[in-house]
Design a protein around this ligand. Structure first.
Ligand SMILES: C[S@@+](CC[C@H](N)C(=O)[O-])C[C@H]1O[C@@H](n2cnc3c(N)ncnc32)[C@H](O)[C@@H]1O
Length: 312
C-alpha cells in the first residue's frame, strides 16, 4: 500500500472523482482513507453517518469498485487504518494489454492471442445472464444447436455443465470459427461424439450445408468487422432456424483490458464508451424477430443478451 494521500469524510463523489482523475494523470496508484463500508448496512451512497462526533458520507465497496472501474483501475484489498476507516488503493490497469488492439484476422482470437486468457464463464456479469438465457430457451430440450464464433467452446462447456449427461448426449452441437487454433482446442474439449466443429468463414455458411437448428447462439461475433451484420442475421433466422427455433445473441458492452472486463462498449470516433451502435443493432434484431412472432427479451450488463423464443 502506498502513502495515504487524502482522508475523505463528507466530500462529495464529484470532488473525489475529480481529485482521483487528476492524480491518475501523473501516477499509477492512489491510496485514500474513507469510512469503513462495513459500518453501513443498508445505507445508500451519500447517506450521512456520524461516528464519535465525525461526519462521514457513506459509500459501499460497490461504489468504490465502480469508481475504480470508471478510472480504469483495479481495486486492491482495503486495509483497516483505524476502528472506523480503511485505506483503499487503486492501481491503474495496463490498457495496452488487450486483444482489441490486434491487427490479425483469423488468429486475432486464436490460442496465442491475449483473448485466450479470457474465461467469460468466470465473470458473474457474463455468466448469470447467459445461464438465464439458456434456461429461458429450455436448452435441455434442444436437438441441434449452432454456435457461430465458438472459439474454444466455452459457451458449449456451460451447456454441458448445466445439463444431465443424458440430456447433453441427446443434443447435436455444431460450432464454427475461422480460428484454426481455437477450433483444435474445441475439438479436444468436446470429444463425446455429439459435437462437430468447422474451421470456416461465417460469411460462407451455405457451402457447409448445415441444415436447420432449434437453437442458434452467437456471442461477441455478429458485430465483427469481418461480417455483414444485417444480412447474416436475416439469413440465420430465415435459413438456419427451425420452425420452433430459438436464438441467443450476446452483444459485448465491455472491453477486456489489463485483466479486467471493463463496462461500456467502445465505439469508433469516441474516446469514451458510447452505446448507440450497440442499441441500434439490438433494437434491429428485436424488431425483426418480433415481426416474425418471437418473444424477445434483452438482459445483461457487460454483455447484453437478446433471447428469442417462438410465441405459441
Ligand atoms: C470476440 S470472439 C467471441 C468468441 C466467443 N463467442 C466468446 O464470446 O468468447 C469472436 C469469434 O468469432 C470468430 N470470427 C470472427 N469473424 C469470423 C468469421 N468471419 N468467420 C468465422 N469466425 C469468425 C473469431 O475467430 C472469434 O473466435
Amino acid at each position: 500500500m502506498g502513502p495515504v494521500l487524502k482522508t475523505f469524510t463528507t466530500e462529495s463523489m464529484s470532488d473525489i472523482l475529480s481529485w482521483a482523475t487528476d492524480l491518475l494523470k501523473e501516477g499509477n496508484t492512489l491510496t485514500f482513507e474513507v469510512l469503513n463500508p462495513d459500518i453501513g448496512s443498508g445505507n445508500y451512497a451519500g447517506e450521512l453517518i456520524t461516528i464519535d462526533g465525525t461526519n462521514y458520507l457513506y459509500r459501499s465497496y460497490k461504489a468504490w469498485s465502480d469508481l475504480a472501474e470508471l478510472l480504469f483501475c483495479r481495486i486492491m484489498t482495503p486495509k483497516p487504518l483505524s476502528e472506523h476507516t480503511v485505506a483503499i488503493t487503486y492501481k491503474k490497469l495496463d490498457l495496452s494489454d488487450s486483444f482489441h488492439r490486434s491487427e490479425e484476422k483469423e488468429e486475432k482470437y486464436g490460442t496465442n492471442s491475449r483473448f485466450a486468457a479470457i474465461h467469460k464463464n468466470e465473470e458473474p456479469a457474463f455468466l448469470s445472464p447467459y445461464l438465464r438465457a439458456l434456461r429461458s430457451v429450455k436448452v435441455g430440450g434442444k436437438k441441434r444447436i449452432l454456435n457461430l464464433g465458438i472459439n474454444t467452446g466455452d459457451e458449449f462447456d456451460l451447456i454441458r455443465s448445466v445439463l444431465t449427461s443424458e440430456e447433453y448426449r441427446n443434443i447435436e452441437l455444431v460450432g464454427i470459427d475461422f480460428s484454426s487454433s481455437a477450433i483444435t482446442i474445441a475439438r479436444e474439449r468436446f470429444n463425446e461424439g455429439n459435437a462437430t466443429f468447422y474451421v470456416h468463414d461465417i460469411n460462407d455458411l451455405a457451402s457447409l450445408d448445415l441444415g436447420r437448428f432449434d437453437l442458434i447462439i452467437t456471442i461477441g461475433t455478429l458485430q465483427s468487422s469481418t461480417l455483414e451484420f444485417k444480412s447474416l442475421f436475416a439469413s440465420l433466422v430465415q435459413e438456419y432456424l427451425s420452425k420452433e427455433g430459438a436464438m441467443i445473441l450476446g452483444f459485448p458492452n465491455c472491453r477486456w483490458m489489463g485483466g479486467e472486463m471493463i463496462y461500456g462498449a467502445k465505439a469508433p470516433n469516441y474516446p469514451y464508451s458510447e452505446m448507440s451502435i450497440l442499441i441500434k443493432d439490438i433494437y434491429y434484431c428485436k424488431k425483426y424477430l418480433q415481426q416474425k412472432k418471437f418473444r424477445v427479451t434483452v438482459t445483461g450488463k457487460d454483455y447484453l443478451f437478446l433471447t428469442a423464443t417462438k410465441i405459441g
